[in-house]
Design a protein around this ligand. Structure first.
Ligand code: ADP
Length: 193
């Protein structure tokens, strides 16, 4: 059982690593980006409201995410734990999440921060080819990350719940570093995939 929060700039490889680590720990990978893209594709009320923000590389308003994340964390599969990828992304979201998790009786274990230098990020994002991966939109997402999301590193560090991992390594090594950091923090990591 582990409850983890994944932080890192766009292009850090957060989504890829989150998926691998969640599978390894046997917990659901909850990606707000994936849930929102699905909502956009299905043209749900949430998707219709979120689409324009996402296409511009802006953050979807905090309020729209709240019901979505609460609904997801109330689903039965979260009893085994969860790995949150892409949430929280702002200080108000982190504060909301703290309140929600105490309401649900699901305290998080650790926040993981995947560090990657700026030079690497733009190159990685441009090669990904998602519809919101054009250069001006990418630059805007990086700016939004610095202004709104990077302060969360301090937020979790002050709570002594932060683990820092170097994301600027080969994919397998990043996974290994994440699992080693979790194990060193006392979380149980199954030895075979
Ligand atoms: P990336 O991997 O590039 O960071 P994501 O797949 O996590 O992208 O998210 C894509 C887009 O979805 C973001 O640019 C943003 O518009 C929206 N989004 C995802 N999570 C959140 C969130 N927690 N708060 C606000 N907007 C979000």
């Amino acid at each position: 059982m582990a409850r983890l929060i994944f932080l890192g700039p766009p292009g850090a490889g957060k989504g890829t690593q989150a998926q691998i680590v969640a599978a390894r720990l046997g917990i659901p990978h909850i990606s707000t980006g994936d849930i929102l893209r699905h909502a956009v594709a299905q043209k749900t009320a949430l998707g219709v409201q979120a689409q324009d923000y996402m296409d511009r590389g802006a953050l979807v308003p905090d309020q729209l995410l709240e019901a979505m994340i609460e609904e997801r964390l109330r689903q039965p599969d979260t009893q085994s734990g969860w790995l949150l990828d892409g949430y929280p992304r702002t200080l108000p979201q982190a504060v909301y999440l703290d309140t929600l998790l105490s309401l649900l009786g699901q305290p998080y274990d650790r926040a993981l921060n995947l560090e990657v230098g700026d030079e690497t990020l733009v190159g990685r994002l441009l090669s990904r080819g998602r519809r919101d991966d054009t250069e001006p939109v990418i630059r805007h997402r990086l700016q939004v990350y610095r202004d709104q999301t990077a302060p969360l590193i301090d937020f979790y560090q002050q709570r002594h719940h932060l683990l820092e991992v170097n994301g600027d390594q080969e994919l397998d090594l990043v996974t290994q570093s994440l699992l080693t950091a979790l194990s060193a923090a006392g979380l149980s990591v199954p030895s075979t995939p």
